[in-house]
Design a protein. Structure first.
Length: 546
């Protein structure tokens, strides 16, 4: 377009001696431990299927101490089998804000005290840790064996098997718009063999806020999944060449990790982002789609919690999630310290390059004023080498950023995404707890209605059906909560595997670049002797004549 200026980043690294290093790092950083999700874990059904009950021929006995409901036909004896609806008991997770990582718990078969006070476990419950807590480092295969009978649709993991391949690149950043409303547009190029897309290769133009939209959509639409984060937004210096190139690389890595994730590569929002030519229209249509009745039920309960009990807190008792929260906090602190140190190294390397450049420049006036030709040649060669050393230090500083600094910054942002997953689990528990409390209130109302001298049979039957309906919702929310807990465990296993691989690749690339850098430094000093070989500063013939 007329008012566009091409930064010329395409192939900007091709002339650089470390271009193979960068592409090698990028290829390895996108390797995905997809086997972690190949055999998904599924929750078990904890409540037996309710039998059909004659509305007018039943009485209801409520146990207030155990929060359980027992239904028995009028003609049933005490020896006959009873249908019991137990009060659900799920350990409470944390409800901290999104910028904090909550302590969460997943013990099963424990008593639960449901109230508006901080959530605690019944002291009479079994305090021994569950197998999930003792063996939280189990393989994904063993996790997949737990509760394989049933799983909610909203949290269903993809079936194992061949997945489509993706090749994604973010290219050609261009500045568009006027001086006031200028922004950078990137070309997102995709090659895939997935039948879900209209073609095997397509190119679209996207700006930064479009990438941010995709991240938010994937996070909201896939609760519990650790979505690869986009780079942070910066208001200052966002048009500088170095900043634009680093953001381009970060956005490319984000997309590559997203399409490699077994639960994200088929997301409809990702499909719209990658191939839509009318993206600004379609993304609003996606937002306007009505939510499913189930999601609406869950959200309504969540809103009720926020309005009726905004100060409720959860006491985390699950050792596995509590240790993971502490581990993420410690890792984030360590990474931030390391990032600050690497930034210091980069800064000092650039300052050293600047000092060497100044040192070399100061050689030239002295060389031009020197009467001895041989000595003048020595000084001139020394000045040239110092200027070349400046270029090498600048180049090495850039690769320090592309290797160590970029990886460290990326994983600091991934930890923030992990905290969002923890908070999604906490909200899932809040929704479940609110539904369980609603069930108990409905049971209490039914019990009060039954205690009247002349209970209305129709109202009794209606209340009974309402209890059964809420009970089904409680069971469904319980399964959602258990599903999300298992999903987060799988995601953290995936995080550990990818972190080890990415940092190993990054450190190796950093060391390789340092070796190449030192080889070039040695080559420069060797060239000094080659250029000055045979010169003798003491030779009288070397004097410059008047």
């Amino acid at each position: 377009m007329a008012n566009s200026s091409d930064f010329g980043y395409n192939g900007g690294l091709d002339d650089n001696p470390f271009s193979d290093l960068v592409s090698h790092t990028t290829r390895h950083s996108t390797t995905v431990m997809s086997s972690i999700h190949d055999k998904p874990s599924q929750p078990t059904t904890t409540v037996d299927e309710q039998k059909t009950i004659d509305k007018k021929a039943t009485t209801t006995t409520i146990s207030s101490t155990k929060a359980a409901m027992t239904t028995r036909p009028n003609n049933m004896t005490s020896q006959d089998t009873e249908t019991t609806i137990p009060s659900p008991s799920i350990p409470p997770p944390s409800t901290e804000q999104d910028n904090q990582s909550p302590h969460l718990d997943e013990r099963h078969n424990t008593g639960l005290t449901i109230s508006t006070q901080p959530w605690t476990l019944n002291e009479e419950a079994d305090a021994s840790p569950s197998p999930d807590v003792l063996h939280h480092t189990r393989s994904p295969d063993s996790l997949a064996q737990d509760g394989s009978d049933q799983q909610s649709d909203s949290l269903r993991l993809p079936e194992s098997g061949a997945r489509p391949s993706f090749e994604i690149s973010v290219e050609d950043p261009q500045k568009v718009g006027d001086a006031i409303n200028a922004y950078i547009v990137y070309r997102v190029k995709t090659k895939t063999d997935s039948p879900a897309f209209r073609s095997s290769e397509f190119v679209v133009a996207r700006r930064y806020r479009d990438f941010l939209w995709l991240y938010n959509q994937l996070t909201n639409g896939n609760p519990g999944v650790v979505v690869p984060p986009v780079p942070e937004k910066h208001a200052l210096g966002r048009f500088q060449e170095e900043f634009v190139e680093l953001r381009r690389i970060a956005l490319e890595r984000c997309l590559q990790k997203t399409v490699s994730h077994p639960m994200l590569y088929g997301d409809p929002d990702l499909k719209v982002f990658l191939e839509s030519d009318s993206f600004n229209v379609e993304k609003h249509q996606k937002r306007a789609e009505p939510e499913t009745p189930r999601l609406g039920f869950m959200r309504s309960f969540g809103e009720t919690i926020s309005s009726s009990n905004p100060f409720s807190k959860a006491i985390e008792t699950d050792d596995w999630f509590a240790s993971k929260k502490s581990e993420m906090d410690a890792l984030e602190t360590q990474l931030k310290t390391l990032l600050k140190a690497v930034e210091g190294v980069v800064k000092q390397r650039k300052e050293l390059g600047g000092a060497l450049s100044g040192f070399g420049e100061s050689m030239f006036p002295l060389a031009s004023a020197e009467l001895n030709r041989d000595l003048s040649k020595h000084l001139t060669v020394m000045g040239d080498i110092q200027k070349q050393l400046h270029d090498l230090h600048e180049e090495q500083a850039r690769y320090d950023i592309l290797t160590l600094e970029h990886t460290i910054d990326e994983y600091i942002r991934i930890i923030a995404s992990i905290r969002i997953s923890f908070n999604a689990r906490a909200r899932a528990y809040q929704t479940y707890q609110q539904a369980a409390s609603e069930l108990q209130r409905t049971i209490a109302s039914h019990d009060k209605l039954k205690g009247q001298q002349k209970p209305n049979a129709e109202r009794m039957a209606t209340a009974q059906m309402e209890i059964l309906e809420i009970q089904q919702k409680v069971e469904e929310l319980e399964r959602d909560y258990n599903d999300m807990s298992k999903l987060i465990k799988n995601e953290l296993d995936r995080f550990d595997h990818e972190k080890a691989l990415d940092f190993k690749t990054s450190v190796e690339a950093f060391l390789y670049s340092m070796i190449e850098h030192q080889k070039k430094v040695i080559g420069l000093w060797e060239s000094y002797f080659e250029q000055t070989d045979g010169l003798d500063g003491d030779d009288d013939d070397g004097l410059v004549s008047d």
